[in-house]
Write a protein that binds this ligand. Structure first.
Ligand code: NDP
Length: 404
């Protein structure tokens, strides 16, 4: 029996989640899409009808910063669960509304307060007891990274290692959207993530580094070498907690020189600041203004060429011998456009979000409490990745970039 879901957020990722859910009516019998701007929800619903997707999509308006508004909407829709693909700022208000109305919760990015560029799981982990007592599940960070990268690591741990020692998550976007400067997901969140200090885990503690100060060309399958930068990324926090044998865990992401040059200029002139300034008598946040003039992530898809490659490279011990394991997915932007009118970064986030919801609805992952993706059985999720558009590859005992 399929279930009804309420999806909040009608951006690049929301578009993909809605369409992938609407393609699977046996799991998602009804879909309601709500966001701040209802016109964007209606446009997605119309596209779903136009391309003939079997599940009907209804739409609604909601300000997800407002708990009473969310509660009223959830009570009216009565979904099995809420899939939150709005912004990280809304995670806690939506979790509060889910608790108040007794529905399950899922998101793709961890909570960030608007006035501090800082992401950590503490705020959401603090909901553990309340979700458990209510018999409700909250699945955190179920996109690609966070999300699939944790499922990959859990899969490696279950099937390939007795002890994992080194983890490098490597994320490459070798695509070209033809714009001088644009971000592939929400510009505000993206720029906050990249301009903060880098951080990685080594020998039981966090090592902090200046932003973008460690970099190296990494070889990506089917793409070749691409300059990759060590960033702090949220899944590292839960991975080192859940896999305490890890001696080192790092996250690498590629950036082109053109992107970095634009970002440096914007930083140097103060456009990436989140401190409010007075402009013509009103308070504005420079980064919010910058977002308003940059292309929306959902608009980049049509002429996007090239592909993404995201994976986990792990070194550890199996049966007393050293072993390496690399698991990854490559995804072509143009294939995503053909299938759901999206670019690859929205697609690689939206498909795992749909699969996470599917795991909860089918019961494979249903467990009261607040969970990160590596805490649940990776096998059914890995099987669904192959079926729903993100097939994975693996290499055992290949060469990994551990000497960096
Ligand atoms: P977009 O900016 O394209 O979309 C965000 C959507 O949320 C917009 O429709 C926006 O509405 C809506 N929204 C914002 N504030 C509110 C609010 N107060 N109430 C209701 N709706 C609101 O972003 P993306 O689709 O690219 O990203 C969505 C989420 O996915 C983000 O949290 C992002 O961090 C996460 N993400 C996760 C990844 C992963 O791999 N785990 C990778 C990429 C993204 P409006 O149109 O009115 O502005």
């Amino acid at each position: 029996m399929g279930k009804k879901v309420l999806i909040i957020g009608a951006g690049g990722v929301g578009n993909v989640v809605v369409k992938k859910c609407a393609m699977n009516p046996e799991v998602f019998s009804e879909v309601v899409l709500a966001s701040r701007t209802k016109r964007k929800c209606d446009a997605i619903a119309e596209e779903c009808a136009k391309i003939g997707l079997p599940t009907k999509v209804e739409t609604a308006q909601v300000d997800a910063d407002n708990v009473p508004e969310l509660v009223a909407l959830i009570n009216q829709v009565k979904p099995f669960m809420v899939i939150n693909v709005a912004l990280p700022y809304q995670d806690l208000t939506i979790m509060d509304a889910c608790l108040e109305t007794g529905v399950h919760y899922m998101d793709t990015a961890n909570y960030e307060p608007k006035d501090v560029a800082k992401f950590e799981y503490s705020w959401q982990w603090a909901y553990q007891e309340r979700f458990k007592e209510a018999g409700l599940m909250a699945l955190l960070g179920c996109g690609f990274d966070p999300g699939v990268t944790q499922v990959y690591t859990a899969y490696a741990n279950k099937h390939h290692f007795d002890e994992m020692h080194y983890l490098d998550i490597i994320d490459c976007n070798a695509g070209d959207h033809g714009k001088a400067f644009a971000t592939n997901f929400n510009p505000e969140i993206n720029i906050r993530e990249i301009t903060q200090a880098g951080r990685y885990w080594e020998n039981g503690e966090w090592v902090e580094i200046p932003a973008m100060s460690i970099h190296k060309a990494i070889e990506y399958p089917g793409i070749g070498p691409k300059e990759s930068y060590v960033l702090y990324h949220e899944e590292l926090e839960s991975l080192v907690k859940n896999f305490p044998t890890l001696k080192r865990a790092r996250f690498w992401m590629t950036f082109g020189q053109q992107y970095i040059t634009h970002l440096q200029v914007l930083e140097n002139v103060g456009m990436t600041s989140i401190a409010p300034i007075k402009f013509q008598g009103i308070d504005i946040v420079p980064l919010e203004f910058l977002k308003a003039v940059l292309p929306e992530p959902g608009s980049l898809g049509e002429n996007y060429t090239g592909e993404t490659s995201i994976g986990c490279q792990i070194k550890g011990i199996k049966d007393g011998a050293e072993k390496t394991y690399y698991v990854w997915n490559n995804c072509k932007h143009q294939d995503c456009w053909k299938e759901v009118q999206a670019q690859g970064v929205s697609y690689t986030t939206g498909v795992p979000a749909m699969i996470g919801a599917m795991m909860m609805i089918t019961g494979e992952w249903m467990k009261p409490g607040v969970w990160n993706c590596e805490e649940l059985d990776p096998d059914p999720f890995m099987a669904m990745l192959n079926i729903h558009g993100l097939p994975w590859n693996e290499e055992i005992n290949g060469t990994l970039p551990h000497e960096y």
